[in-house]
Design a binder for this molecule. Sequence first.
Ligand code: ADP
Length: 572
Amino acid sequence: EELQRNAEAVDGNELVAMCLARAGIDKMFGVVGIPVTSLANRAVASGVRFIAFHNEQSAGYAASAYGYLTRTPGILLTVSGPGCVHGLAGLSNAAANGWPMVMISGSCDQNYAGRGDFQELDQIAAVKPFSKFSTKATDISEIPNSVFSVVDWALRDRPGGTYLDLPSDVLHQTINQSEAERLISEALDSRIPNSIEKPRNSQIQKAVELLRKAERPLIVFGKGAAYSRAELELTKLIETIGIPFLPTPMAKGLLPDTHELAATAARSLAIGKCDVALVIGARLNWLLHFGDPPRWSNDVKFILVDISGDEIESRKPHLGIVGDARDVVGMIHEAVKDDPFCLGRRHPWVEAIRNKINDNVGRLELQLGRNVVPFNFLTPMRIIRDAISRVGTSCPAPVVVSEGANTMDVGRAVLVQSEPRTRLDAGTWGTMGVGLGYCIAAAVAVPDRLVVAVEGDSGFGFSAMEVETVVRYQLPVIVIVFNNGGVYGGDRRSPKEIIGPHSHDPAPTAFVPDAAYHLLIEAFGGKGYVCSTPEELQSALDQSFSARKPALVNVIVDPFAGAESGRLQHKN
Ligand code: ADP
């Protein structure tokens, strides 16, 4: 039997599949074609769930978000040349967000390299700016090492995207079974474990002293803290010392948005007036106004906690602590818990934030309470918020996916996150077009949760065809499209502005008004709804949320309701 087993040849495709399985990979996203179809089939035969997309861009976005949600690299499989180029969208998104993913692309036959082979491209050069590590298996014997390296590198230090190039001739080479096993165990033996150093106690003590002496301390946390699953440690720390906290958009839910120390609704005051800010797993980039005045006060002392020493180095904080967010927060909590200080509800800083929150929330709720028809952004967002909260009382809270300028801005303020890692949005890079890919990733990564996408019509359009993928795999995804007829809104030009030889063309911002997006999903057997009134929307959400089947809710919004560039008008 042993002899017979050895006689069975293992080709490159099968060896890649074997190695992925040994690396703990059980999901893949991608688009098959020459030369990787057989690789996908072998992976499926060895137990991997392969989610086949229409376009590598969406598959790549899915792989990046899957890596974030599971802490296992999301795998994107693409064909050569154009497939690899489309996949760069996902790879670059993973790099920008610091999420672990691996892009694996087939490439042309090495024997014809440089002579214009089918879909030929120097793919190693193409991925360079977007990958933290890339490698080409130039011979079948290099496959095991290459596969384990790309997986391990994706997770190391700050997570990110890596790339594996598999020439078609290598995929067709064969070796016997025992040789394959030998190569795999050798490669497994030479894997370098991803060890994270614990920070020094003296640094923890310094952080505690700064927080203890602060008059207006603030704890800010980001998706690095979410990725490290620091929620329990953060809750303990925050509740022990009573310091207000501010999550970045995707860190919402690590502690519930409704927590009494949540400063989200008093964000400007909290960051503008705090004197010590403990920033955990969040970069001081545009999302946090670079940590600069006037949004932050001139003399704020930053304590930065980050897995990346380079990140801390580049920001020059008052105190930097390199380490895993969960470890560091746990250590800070340990250090304060025997000699606790707690600001308490009556502390002037805590009270000032609470008063501001009450003002701001009161004002917003007043606007939200009105039923505006034709719909503005607020009325449907309130109805969606309430529907999502109702799900959260009986089942795990849904994952909310959000993109689009106005829809994402309004959604961030209105939708309530009560559980960790239940919000995915355009992220660090402001990437539009991530919606359907993220929905599919979330449905595959956390199958017990409903997925609700709250999308602008323009964001949705980038990947609209992937509604077929959602239907094909029968994923519990409800896509809600805020349809205001264009990018930022419909055609709002006055006749005076319409000049020039192409004036009969629609405005660059405009789409077909009242597009019937709900029919798109019906083309594939999903359920579509179109809603122009609160009653219609309420009923569509009730039905689709309880059915937990693919659905698209087309919400007709006043084309004049959105602002150009949403909240970032100064950048346009
Ligand atoms: P946000 O968009 O939420 O502000 P960013 O993506 O800007 O967050 O920042 C996340 C930071 O978290 C990155 O600098 C990254 O290096 C860091 N990070 C990633 N994983 C961890 C971890 N396990 N522990 C601490 N920091 C982490």
